[in-house]
Design a protein around this ligand. Structure first.
Ligand code: SF4
Length: 384
């Protein structure tokens, strides 16, 4: 395919599904520039036998060049299942690192920029020292960490969880280790929603569950994108569109208050769903509703609109965009493929695990830390 042909297709596609998400971004000239980059990327990826995968939250053009689009754990597991020699992960850094922990030496994992650039407020806001002190104070305690965390935090954890299964992991930990305290880290909104679910659905004792709420380096123990989706926005959006269903990501800033309003009957139960990004697509496919209000990062709305064009999806907040996810670009992906950088490698514990070695070509993960981190991931995967 020629660049002009692809540019014309993308101009139509992006202006149909993403114009009000990224106003003014997809001009004809921009689409031509993106199409030329995309063709070069496809050629390089073929040469290098590389699988390009993209998280739901990156820009639409990255969805289009990727062989797979999804959530972080789903992508990592699929990469491991396919046993590919090389994967180029288009997302924030910790997701590439999770793929490396899971695939080990079987797959070379590349990311488009340094960990600081491909950051995450949950990673920046996690104090390892605070978690270590909690463990010292609770020597029998069980740490459950969200998959949106750095490798060292995972290595301090007994279980890893996702926004889809946290309540199941809490219930399993409470069953396996009765009477022991449990710490949920590092997202206070996800923690609050999932503690409530575990209490209601499995009868777990809420007094045994601590939630990480520490304010570390100016970060607020939550995803800053979902935090911006304020308390009343979801309720207001439902009032304005009485036929729409509301779909909320549990990390969302309004999630715990929405859950409370749901319990109190202020938000009708049949109109609001707390779902991970992968569950959102399933719900929208199965539901009889034609209109949906989505409380998560805008990239997911592009995916929903593209996959289900017969239904309507609108953002609860037009500000819900992640600067770290949006730091992934086609230019960087091409440079990544051409220069074979930045590669995430398992080193033989040559560096400080809290501050692993990194330069323009590689980022290290000490092998012993990766092994400890994998224990919690494997425990999670064993729970159906
Ligand atoms: S959307 Fe939130 S949780 Fe996801 S990478 Fe961005 S800051 Fe982190």
């Amino acid at each position: 395919m020629h660049a002009r042909e692809l540019a014309s297709q993308w101009h139509t596609l992006f202006n149909t599904h993403a114009e009000n998400l990224y106003p003014g971004r997809y001009t004809a000239a921009k689409c031509l520039e993106l199409a030329e980059l995309a063709l070069a990327i496809r050629a390089r990826a073929r040469e290098k036998n590389a699988l390009v995968v993209a998280h739901n939250y990156v820009f639409p053009e990255l969805h289009e060049v990727a062989a797979l689009v999804g959530d972080s754990l789903g992508l990592s597991l699929e990469v491991a299942r396919r046993r590919v020699p090389r994967v180029d992960f288009q997302s924030v850094y910790f997701m590439g690192a999770t793929a490396k922990i899971i695939t080990g030496d079987a797959t070379r994992v590349f990311v488009p920029d340094r960990p600081q650039v491909l950051g995450c407020s949950l990673v920046f806001g996690t104090s390892h020292r605070w978690i270590e002190k909690w463990k010292e104070a609770n020597p029998q305690g069980i740490v459950i960490s969200y998959v949106n965390s750095d490798v060292y935090t995972k290595s301090l954890s007994d279980y890893i969880c996702t926004s889809r299964n946290t309540h199941l992991i809490i219930a399993e930990a409470a069953r396996q280790f009765p009477g022991r305290r449990i710490l949920l880290a590092p997202d206070k909104f996800l923690g609050a929603v999932m503690r409530q679910k575990a209490v209601v659905e499995f009868g777990v004792d809420p007094d045994l569950i601590d939630i990480y709420t520490y304010h570390h380096q100016g970060w607020n123990a939550c995803c800053y994108v979902h935090e911006k989706i304020g308390d009343d926005a979801a309720e207001r959006a439902l009032d304005e569109d009485p036929d729409a269903e509301l779909i909320i990501h549990p990390e969302c800033g309004c999630a715990s208050t929405c859950l409370l309003k749901l319990e109190q009957g202020i938000i009708p139960r049949e109109r609001a769903y707390f779902l991970s990004t992968s569950q959102m697509l399933d719900r929208a496919r199965q539901s009889n509703a034609q209109r949906f209000l989505i409380a998560t990062e805008l990239g997911m709305i592009y995916r929903l609109r593209k996959e289900l064009p017969e239904k309507t999806f609108d953002a609860v907040s037009a500000q819900a965009t992640c600067q770290y996810m949006k730091a992934c670009t086609l230019e960087k992906l091409l440079a990544e493929l051409e220069g074979d950088r930045l590669e995430i490698i398992l080193c033989d514990d040559c560096c400080d695990p809290r501050n692993p070695l990194q330069n323009d070509r590689v980022v290290h993960i000490p092998r012993s830390v990766a092994q400890r981190a994998k224990v919690g991931i494997d425990r999670m995967l064993a729970i159906k």
